[in-house]
Write a new protein. Sequence first.
Length: 74
Amino acid sequence: MNAAGHAVTQGLWDAVAATEADPTVQAVVLTCAGRTFVAGADVREFGKPPVEPHLPDVILALERAAKPWITAIH
């Protein structure tokens, strides 16, 4: 299962920064590993203090990205 925990938010944050800095990237296609795209929150992180980057900040970075992001859901 793909859970939207810290590893996912950190990976997206890093990917936005890397693709924005790379002039050879014109667009980004986000795919999944496994049978589901993202099943929901990572329940193992419930009750723990939030860790940066916070999901709303990652979503804002995706929305503000100069390059288009496409999600390929199967």
